[in-house]
Each structure stands twice: as structure tokens, then as C-alpha cells.
Design a protein around this ligand. Structure first.
Ligand code: R2B
Ligand code: URA
Length: 340
């Protein structure tokens, strides 16, 4: 199967394709995106973010800053002389956000509540900025199930600890379920960008998302543990036999909320250990640092390819990205032409 990007319309529509699904927003004279230190009254969100095509999220501010610098290099993006890359949300003291041309790089913190709050505000940001067809990526870390540390996993499905494919929210004292669906085509496009020379495997598989790193992931090295080694192994083996390849803490909310907003999204994580062999992450910092760059590299290749096809990368390492006129593109499957 191969894919290419084609321009959808010559005309640029002046509305976002992102669905906020909240009529109350229309009645507000301004919308304060509190955790981003931005607002529709205080900032010209259309001018600041109207050209965004990709939103990349990862756990830590440092990793997302590194990712932003990697992108600048890879897509030959030059910021004006005398300026530096700035954390746009620095005054929120919650999340960090960097913008490199049409790419936003944002830290989401740890766990579903943190990524959930961020997604509410980023989805509204996309809506206010009238962004068309953005693609969201989560790039992160995880524990592998029967896979060695350093393996890259593209999630084909995000499920909870009981293997259910939806996010359960308590809203007004009632349980509300949102399906955690990820874009299949995007998964295969990403997989096709793994190179034979990559010194690590890149696989597609199911991801379990938990609300806890220790007991919730069947670890026996937390402050508390009420189960036996046999019960732990039985659970992890059950995950494996159900096609689960890794466990982390954000994919379920990420998949459910992006899907609810009609946003195409993918989750790409590296494993830091094989959970069938242990609980503790004991690899040296330099090894872990290199592993954490692997999902970044894959997503970078995707973005670079997209921008190259659109002629948005002028030339290697000395041009600048042309992001003046946001245009609308659709991804089409091709019968014969290769994706490359
Ligand atoms: C992966 O790593 C973090 C826990 O160490 C968590 O954010 C996750 O999903
Ligand atoms: N992140 C997780 O959530 N679990 C792991 O085992 C490693 C990283």
C-alpha cells in the first residue's frame, strides 16, 4: 500500500475542520486558554497559529524543546536573525509549547488528566485559529510487552487496563464513554518511513493505557503491591496474547479526544524495557536519551516528507519554510506509485 498527499481545494476555507462540539463557546466574548497562557481576546490566534498543520505532543518540556530544534534542522526552518525559539506557554508554568513553522511541539505532562486538559485547550486553539485538517502525534515512552528496550511502537489501538477501547469519563456524576480510535492509514504511512538501516525494530500494535505507573501497570516495585509474581505474569501474558505491545499512560485520552474532535492522530512510543522481564528501568541515561529520540525521528520523517511534497522546504539547511498561505491537502491512497 502506498500514499501521497494531494491538494484538496484551490480555495482555502475560512473555518476550521476541528470540531469543538460545544455551543456555549459561541456565547462567550472571549475564551481564555488558561493552561497555555493564551486567549482569544488577548491574542490574535488566527495570525499566530492559522498555519499549523502538525501538533506533536510528548511528556516532558525538555524533550519537546529538543524535538523543536530537531525539526528546525530537518525542515530547514530559519527564525529571524536575533530571535530564538521561545516557549509560547512559559507564563502558564504548566505546559511548554514551541512553534516551528507549521509544527507545534507541546509537552503534555504525565497521565490522562494532564493530556486531557491540554487537548481541550489545543483543540479549541485549532478551532479559534481556523486550522484545517491538522494531524496530531503523541511521541513518548512506554514499557514493552515481549519487546526489547529501544523498540518503536506505532499504536493501532489504545485500550484501558481491562482491554476496553474507550475512555471513561465521569461527567456530572455519570460515566461517559468516548471511543479511542486512531487513524489506520496514518499508522501505515509512519511504518513505511522506518528505514532498513534503523538499528531497531518499528512495529504496529495495541497499546494499553493505565492511570498509574506502578500497581496499574502490574509493577511489584511501587510503595504498595497486593498481588503475587504469578498474578503479575498472568496479566502481562494475557496482554501479550491479546496483541498488546506496550503500556503507557496517555494514549487512551489522546486517541479518544482527538477522535471526538475529528482530528487525525497517531501515537508513537519507544519501549524503555521489556515488562515480561522486569519492572525497573535500569539502562544508562545516554542509552535512554538515544532511545527517546527514535519516535521523534519517525515523526520528523513524516513531517519532512509532507512539507517536501508541498514545496514548503526551500532547500537543505539554508532555506526557510514557506508557511504564509495555509492551504488544504488531503492524503490519497495510490495504487501504483510508491509513497517514497
Ligand atoms: C510514559 O512515561 C511516563 C511514566 O514514566 C508516562 O507519561 C508515560 O506514558
Ligand atoms: N512509561 C510507562 O508508562 N511505563 C513504562 O514501563 C515505561 C515508561
Amino acid at each position: 500500500m502506498s500514499f501521497s498527499f494531494q491538494e484538496e481545494n484551490d480555495e482555502y476555507e475560512d473555518v476550521s475542520t476541528v470540531m469543538v462540539r460545544n455551543s456555549h463557546l459561541d456565547l462567550m466574548d472571549q475564551d481564555i486558554l488558561y493552561h497555555l497562557a493564551l486567549g482569544s481576546g488577548s491574542h490574535d490566534l488566527r495570525a499566530m497559529f492559522g498555519d499549523v498543520k502538525f501538533v506533536c505532543m510528548g511528556g516532558t518540556p525538555k524533550r519537546m524543546e529538543q524535538f523543536a530544534y530537531r525539526l528546525m534542522e530537518e525542515i530547514s526552518y530559519k527564525i529571524p536573525t536575533g530571535t530564538t525559539l521561545q516557549d509560547i506557554s512559559r507564563y502558564s508554568y504548566r505546559y511548554s509549547m514551541y512553534k516551528v513553522g507549521p509544527v507545534l511541539c507541546i509537552s503534555h505532562g504525565m497521565g490522562m488528566p494532564s493530556v486531557g486538559i491540554l487537548l481541550h485547550e489545543i483543540i479549541k486553539l485549532m478551532f479559534h485559529a481556523k486550522v484545517v485538517d491538522p494531524v496530531f502525534f503523541r511521541i513518548g515512552t512506554s514499557g514493552g510487552i515481549g519487546l526489547e528496550g529501544g523498540t518503536v511502537i506505532i499504536s493501532d489501538e489504545a485500550v484501558d487496563g481491562t482491554l476496553q477501547p474507550y475512555l471513561e469519563l465521569q461527567i456530572l456524576g455519570k460515566i461517559v464513554r468516548r471511543s479511542s480510535i486512531l487513524d489506520k492509514k496514518l499508522q501505515w504511512e509512519l511504518k513505511s518511513l522506518a528505514e532498513p538501516d534503523d538499528p531497531y525494530p518499528t512495529v504496529i500494535g495495541k497499546t494499553v493505557c493505565t492511570s498509574d505507573f506502578y500497581e496499574g501497570q502490574g509493577r511489584m516495585d511501587g510503595a504498595f503491591c497486593d498481588f503475587s509474581e504469578e498474578e503479575r505474569m498472568e496479566y502481562l501474558e494475557k496482554l501479550k496474547s491479546n496483541g498488546v505491545r506496550n503500556i503507557e499512560m496517555e494514549s487512551l485520552a489522546f486517541a479518544a479526544l482527538t477522535h471526538h474532535a475529528g482530528i487525525k492522530a497517531a501515537v508513537v512510543c519507544v519501549t524503555l524495557l521489556d515488562r515480561l522481564k522486569g519492572d525497573q528501568i535500569h539502562y544508562p541515561k545516554e542509552v535512554l536519551d538515544e532511545w527517546q529520540q527514535r519516535p521523534q525521528k519517525l515523526v520528523c520523517r513524516y513531517i519532512k516528507k509532507y512539507l517536501s511534497k508541498r514545496g514548503m522546504i526551500l532547500n537543505n539547511h539554508c532555506g526557510s519554510v514557506n508557511v504564509k498561505s495555509p492551504r488544504r491537502f488531503k492524503l490519497v491512497q495510490q495504487e501504483s506509485e510508491s509513497y517514497d
